[in-house]
Design a protein around this ligand. Structure first.
Ligand code: SF4
Length: 446
């Protein structure tokens, strides 16, 4: 059976939300060529894995997924297996040598070669490929990639070597894509990149992110939610904080990874933002808007981290009181400067520090959550169960990253993506409890 006869495609999207956006472009383009996107490998002719390759655990998970599909192929249940994306960019030559069972390899944005490899006829495709949700994915929360690559040189990170320098997408393309997502049922659009704050810096556009937000807020429906994910602290200033705080569709939610707060460790990490700068960002944010939802990410056990460095990080978290903290232990990544740094921290000490940090943050998060009990907030519905029970999120919770709002008393007929007003009735470290208050008036947000 020739490749052109193979029509059903399963796309497995691994890794981050930026990959989700790329996978949807692969799906949209293949559908435009008459392929049918299916929700599982067992009912497909072709399986494409859009991979992640930035840390060792992801590399291992991705290789296991590829081998799983190769096995389906060896059983005759799949005809073609293709691997695209970051893992190919990072380990392409080794993988091609070691995995002959894979039929084609490509960069995640190399749509032309994916079309060729799948036997698509008449290889012409749009400069801005159409996006199509993968089967089974939700429709009301979508990711909008505004740039790719990164110019920062954090010493532990392999992404610049995988993705190359930062490259901003044209604002017009981004706005058109956002409008298409809204037209496709998106109620919340999350802006993603390795570093949102750098948007436009490669094209000489000063304050690029702010002007992009202006364009998006002007062109999108007033009740759409815009959420910013991955703001690198070195690019965050008062102007941006005020812009986000004063947005109509932009949510007062800031995801700013600090990784650490000790001056020595920040220097070793080459983070480009001092401890004083970090404190200044969050204190300014809270002075502008005390209920700003602040999320950050921390790394413990970086080479050279002493107990006192770790203690200073714990004090910083206690002082700033983030609403949400994601944390992980340092993992030496091949090809990064940090992989060869001396004074490694033992795995045991790393895990002990991680546990201590997450236990502290449970208390801090609970104290932040408790401030919202009794407040009435807009809540977007993510899922509805029987008996007026539903799960949703307010501006304070990012989908699939933070906690949820457990709702009671929700009237029948509300669908995922719908927005209501709810009274917060209970607080837990990650989740809130709330009761339906009223349907939300379009265009009015608190
Ligand atoms: S900002 Fe740093 S951690 Fe993030 S992608 Fe760029 S180099 Fe990696």
């Amino acid at each position: 059976m020739g490749r052109s006869a193979l029509r059903r495609v399963f796309c497995m999207s691994l890794g981050c939300s930026k990959n989700t956006a790329d996978s949807e472009k692969i799906a949209g383009t293949l559908s435009d060529y008459g392929f049918e996107m299916v929700g599982d490998a067992a009912s497909a002719d072709i399986a494409i894995v859009n991979t992640c390759g930035f840390i060792r655990s992801a590399v291992e998970e991705n290789i296991a997924a590829i081998l799983g599909l190769a096995e389906l192929k060896s059983e005759g249940r799949l005809k073609l297996v293709g691997v695209v994306g970051c893992l190919v960019a990072r380990y392409g030559s080794e993988l091609k040598r070691d995995m002959p069972e894979v039929d084609f390899w490509a960069g995640c944005d190399d749509i032309g070669s994916i079309l060729e490899s799948t036997g698509a006829r008449g290889a012409r495709f749009a400069a801005s490929p159409r996006r199509e949700r993968l089967p089974g994915d939700i429709s009301h929360v979508r990711y909008l990639k505004i740039s790719d690559g990164c110019d920062n040189k954090c010493s532990y990170c392999a992404i610049p070597s995988i993705k190359g320098p930062m490259c901003s997408r044209p604002a017009g393309d981004i706005v058109r894509e956002a409008e298409a997502l809204a037209g496709d049922g998106a109620a919340e659009i999350c802006l993603v990149a390795q570093d949102l704050t750098a948007y436009g810096s490669d094209t000489g556009l000063h304050g690029g992110l702010t002007s992009l937000l202006d364009a998006l807020e002007t062109s999108l429906p007033r009740d759409i939610w815009l959420r910013l994910l991955y703001l690198q602290p070195s690019g965050v200033g008062r102007a941006l904080l005020e812009r986000v705080a004063g947005g109509t569709q932009v949510l007062p939610y800031l995801d700013i990874p600090i990784q650490h707060s000790s001056p020595e460790i920040l220097k070793l990490m080459n983070r480009g933002a001092s401890s004083r700068k970090l404190a200044g960002i969050f204190e300014t944010a809270r002075s502008i808007r005390p209920d700003f939802a602040l999320r950050t990410t921390c790394m413990v056990g970086f080479p050279g981290e002493t107990r006192s460095h770790f203690a200073s990080l714990m004090r910083f978290l206690e002082k700033i009181c983030f609403d949400r903290v994601g944390a992980f232990a340092f993992s030496p990544e091949e090809g990064t400067a940090a992989a060869n740094m001396p004074r490694r921290v033992s795995e045991r000490a790393k895990q002990a520090r991680l546990a201590k940090l997450m236990s502290l943050q449970e208390e801090v998060s609970l104290s932040r959550q408790t401030l919202f009990v009794g407040r009435e907030l807009d809540v977007m519905i993510d899922s509805v169960s029987a008996g007026g029970i539903a799960e949703g999120r307010s501006f304070r919770e990012a989908y699939d990253v933070d906690g949820v709002v457990e709702l009671a008393g929700v009237p029948e007929g509300i669908a995922p993506g719908g927005k209501i007003r709810a009274i917060m009735t209970g607080a837990y470290p990650h989740d809130m409890e709330a009761r339906f208050r009223s349907f939300r008036e379009v265009g009015v947000r608190t």
